[in-house]
Design a protein around this ligand. Structure first.
Ligand SMILES: Cc1ncc(COP(=O)(O)O)c(C=O)c1O
Length: 376
């Protein structure tokens, strides 16, 4: 088979997915508009139940975004100025931003070379008497090794808040528990490009603690349960009915979409074997949900490969080009280049290549052969 030299393959193709659910989505949006029940209503309540059931938690509380989820979790757990929260620098900015809102100090640790996830030895070394919480980030669709992390946290009486924004349905190392169901609280983003993505902003907080779930419901609506009565100062962090209706439609397809992502990951590994790029580890049992398929290119060739793929019509992204500890906004934390060497090197090596359930075999072949062509 000859492979075309140019072919548009976006990093993520939301339009292709929309075409498969268009009629159902339009009918659902229309249904919400006919009732004009636009904020928390039947769809939010039903989605909260369905998302909790999917994650295997007793409760889920829909909120306005993944950032809201983290912010409310941190707030409800009483974390504030004077406390420290340990997380990774190798994450999306919002993880750290949410800690900053509380006034607590983010303590950023390095990641493991192979998994690209939180390094547990580094976490242990970073614990102080001020440490109130640890936020493991299940980055790219793969879960942090939660068994040992939970033990470590329990030994020090530290709360664990999972940032599962990129790992909807990913399984933990026990092969049974889902991301977001192991810590005290799980935080999810439904940003449009996520495995389960809204058509706007949305997020959710999962927990097995009924009292905490009540607090999240209160905090998401200006600190009140009954309208115009505000026992505490809260936020406007509501999930809206249209987004909840869309998420309910997409959630039914999530298992099959995840299977397709996994199959694509296995195939990428075959197609890229021996090409010179390092493919991501696929943990045993295919627990990964492949939010992003991140290859690594050493020797300073990452950006040139990226340019080559752009020329071939292939969308790519760098997750992430500047580690959080070296961001301008984080200067007040006092980190410097060299503090987190693995994270810093990854920022020069990682490249996310097209990964979405609708990616066709032919498109994937084109991506892989374009990478091989450059690397040879
Ligand atoms: C790891 C991680 N944490 C937090 C967030 C914040 O989510 P949102 O953009 O929905 O606020 C995102 C996604 O954007 C994320 O990928």
């Amino acid at each position: 088979m000859t492979v075309a030299t140019t072919m548009d393959v976006p990093l993520v193709d939301l339009k292709a997915q929309y075409r498969t659910i268009r009629e159902e989505v339009r009918a659902a949006i229309d249904g919400v508009l006919e009732t004009m029940q636009l904020t928390i209503g039947p769809n939010v309540r039903a989605f909260d139940k369905e998302w909790a059931a999917y994650c295997g938690t007793a409760h889920a509380v829909g909120v306005g975004s993944g950032t809201d989820a983290l912010m409310l979790a941190i707030r409800a757990l009483g974390i504030a100025a004077g406390d420290e929260v340990i997380t990774v620098s190798q994450t999306f900015f919002a993880t750290v931003e949410a800690i900053c809102y509380s006034g607590a100090r983010p303590v950023l640790v390095d990641v493991d070379e192979d998994s690209m996830l939180m390094d547990l030895a580094a976490v242990e070394a970073a614990i102080t008497p001020r440490t109130k919480a640890i936020i493991p980030v299940h980055l790219y669709g793969r879960t942090v090794d939660m068994g040992p992390l939970l033990k470590l946290a329990a030994a020090h009486k530290i709360t664990v808040i999972e940032d599962a924004s990129q790992s909807h349905g990913a399984l933990l190392d026990d092969g049974v528990t889902k991301a977001g169901a192991a810590g005290r609280v799980g935080c999810f983003s439904f940003y449009c490009s996520k495995n389960l993505g809204a058509y706007g902003e949305a997020g959710s907080i999962t927990t097995n603690d009924a009292g905490l779930a009540d607090e999240f419901r209160q905090l998401r609506e200006h600190g009140g349960v009954q309208r115009y009565y505000h026992p505490v100062v809260g936020y406007n962090a509501r999930l809206d009915e249209i987004q909840a209706a869309i998420l309910r439609i997409k959630l039914k397809r999530l298992p099959q979409w995840t299977e397709r992502r996994r199959a694509l990951a296995v195939r990428y590994e075959e197609l890229l074997a021996g090409s010179g790029v390092r493919t991501p580890e696929l943990p045993a049992g295919l627990r990964h949900v492949m939010y992003a398929y991140v290859v690594r290119v050493s020797g300073g060739r990452r950006d040139a490969l990226r340019a080559h793929l752009t020329e071939r019509g292939i969308g790519t992204q760098v997750h992430y080009p500047v580690p959080i500890h070296l961001q301008e906004a984080a200067r007040f934390l006092g980190y410097k280049n060299g503090d987190l060497p693995v994270t810093e090197r990854l920022s020069t090596e990682v490249l996310s290549i097209p990964m979405y359930p609708e990616l066709t075999d032919t498109q994937q072949q084109h991506v892989s052969s374009s990478i091989r062509e450059f690397m040879k």
